[in-house]
Design a binder for this molecule. Structure first.
Ligand code: 5AD
Ligand code: SF4
Length: 455
């Protein structure tokens, strides 16, 4: 049976539910992890709407709870297992409640073992490669009462099942997956194992999706991939074409790998007026020795050359990064190199992470484990430096006028993705809609945001 037939069958079951209970069945989706998961949750939400479900305001009251999960660090997994544990008691009082788990976590065999041993109350499990199977699995669970599981190790042929892809968690901004998977195998990273090899979507499909979003009121798009710079059909070319789509005002993308960042792309960021002058360029470490152990494919010198090149080509560019502290074998000397790199690159912001061992990755076999207290102490020093740089960057905006895309009636983002809280003198708050671009005069700041007045 085809997926859409399963959608219709579940819808019929939902109609039966309605006849019995005088209400539609309800669902609650919670998303963990990256923007790619956020986007996929929008699609899963659309599928559930098509199958006759309504969104529930709370997890407790929902007839179906779906967790779209992340496994990039142990902390995320622990949190999700905690939530699954508490659903156990809810299932005792609501035996018909359906608990579904999908995304990156179930792709790890260790997670499946743990679920089989201790989380027998989970009804539906599927991974990252087959989210389109959800209607089939839900139908199986509803009709047999048995757990429905489907975990694949590579992608199903991409079927654009989601014609009724109507869900927008935000009205004015959307993420668009341009490629799945990752071929880089950084030593610490689980992603290539849970999301498979790189697979690029066709330019025409991506442009059609963005055009439909633009017609639906979306003003800002974020092109998503684990390493957008290795997009098979030419990333610079893709951006140039997205730049031509009417009504799209801002283009962002994530994530760029420093080893593949081309001059062509730098020129494209510079020349396409809709492309935000912001680059998130994960450095991970500033020590060439650790970068090599991480299998990152560049040195500290190469990374800094790249940031210098970017800054001279695009003087107003905002650079942000990801950094891991406490990778096995990291010495104080290595860590000082990281601090030095952060200073020299002068990042406007950084996501900082404590190294988390992921079984199955090459780094999991390394034996020079950094004691937790040492890693934490380095982490705190790094955060202090990153915050002080961020504050200085923010102070430079004071007195200037910046274009802010509103996310709400009182806050929004600059082109460089800096958060701005604004007051409104001339305009009524109610006149501001998400997606409006406002001219804001910056009058103050904190480490994590700017404060201003709409001019
Ligand atoms: N431990 C800590 N941080 C990690 N990241 C990826 N894998 C790990 C890990 N095992 C971080 C990297 C990446 C970001 C998405 O998560 O910095 O860029
Ligand atoms: Fe988490 Fe990586 Fe999966 Fe995104 S792709 S949800 S960051 S494990």
């Amino acid at each position: 049976m085809k997926n859409f037939e399963y959608i219709q069958r579940v819808e019929t079951l939902s109609n039966g539910f309605f006849a019995e209970n005088f209400r539609k069945p309800t669902m609650f989706i919670q998303t963990f992890g990256c923007q790619m998961n956020e986007r996929e949750s929008e699609k899963l939400n659309s599928l559930l709407l098509a199958m006759g479900y309504l969104e529930s305001p709370s997890e407790e009251s929902a007839d179906l709870v779906l967790y779209n999960t992340c496994c990039v660090r142990e902390k995320a997994e622990t949190k999700i297992f905690g939530k699954l544990g508490s659903l156990k008691s809810q299932k005792r009082t609501q035996p018909n409640k359906i608990v579904a788990l999908c995304g990156c976590m179930p792709q790890r065999p260790e997670v499946i073992e743990e679920i089989n041993a201790h989380y027998k109350h989970i009804d539906i499990i599927f991974g990252t490669f087959n989210k389109n199977s959800f209607p089939k699995l839900l139908y199986q669970r509803l009709t047999t009462g048995k757990r429905a599981v489907e975990i694949l190790t590579e992608h199903e042929e991409e079927s654009e099942l989601l014609e009724n892809d109507t869900t927008r968690f935000l009205p004015h901004k959307a993420g668009i997956t341009i490629m799945h998977g990752c071929n880089n195998f950084c030593a610490y990273c689980i992603v290539p194992y849970v999301r498979g090899r790189e697979k690029s979507r066709k330019i025409a499909d991506i442009l059609a999706e963005i055009t439909a979003l633009a017609n639906d009121g979306v003003k800002e798009v974020m092109l998503l991939g684990q390493n957008v710079n290795s997009y098979e059909y030419g990333f610079a070319e893709l951006i140039q074409q997205v730049n031509e789509i009417e009504n799209i005002q801002r283009i962002r993308f994530m994530t760029s790998h420093p080893k593949d960042l081309s001059d062509d792309l730098i020129a494209t960021i510079k020349n396409c007026e809709k492309v935000c002058k912001h680059l998130h360029l994960p450095v991970q470490s500033g020590s060439s020795r650790i970068l090599q152990a991480m299998n990152r494919g560049y040195t500290q010198e190469h990374y800094l050359e790249l940031t210098n090149k970017l800054k001279s080509a695009i003087p107003n560019i905002t650079l942000t990064t990801d950094i891991i502290v406490g990778f096995p074998g990291e010495t104080e000397e290595d860590f000082l190199q990281t601090l030095e790199t952060v200073r020299l690159a002068n990042f406007a912001g950084a996501f900082t992470f404590l190294y988390s061992k992921r079984s199955g990755t090459p780094a999991a076999d390394l034996t020079e484990i950094i004691p937790k207290s040492t890693a934490k102490e380095r982490f705190d020093r790094l955060v202090e430096l990153v915050n002080s740089l961020q504050l200085k960057h923010n102070q430079n905006y004071i007195g200037k006028n910046v274009a802010v895309m509103a996310d709400s009636a009182t806050s929004g983002r600059t082109d460089g993705n800096v958060l701005v809280h604004f007051d409104i003198d001339k305009l009524e708050t109610s006149q501001v809609k998400p997606g409006d671009i406002l001219s804001v005069k910056i009058i103050g700041c904190q480490t994590f945001y700017l404060k201003g007045t709409v001019e």
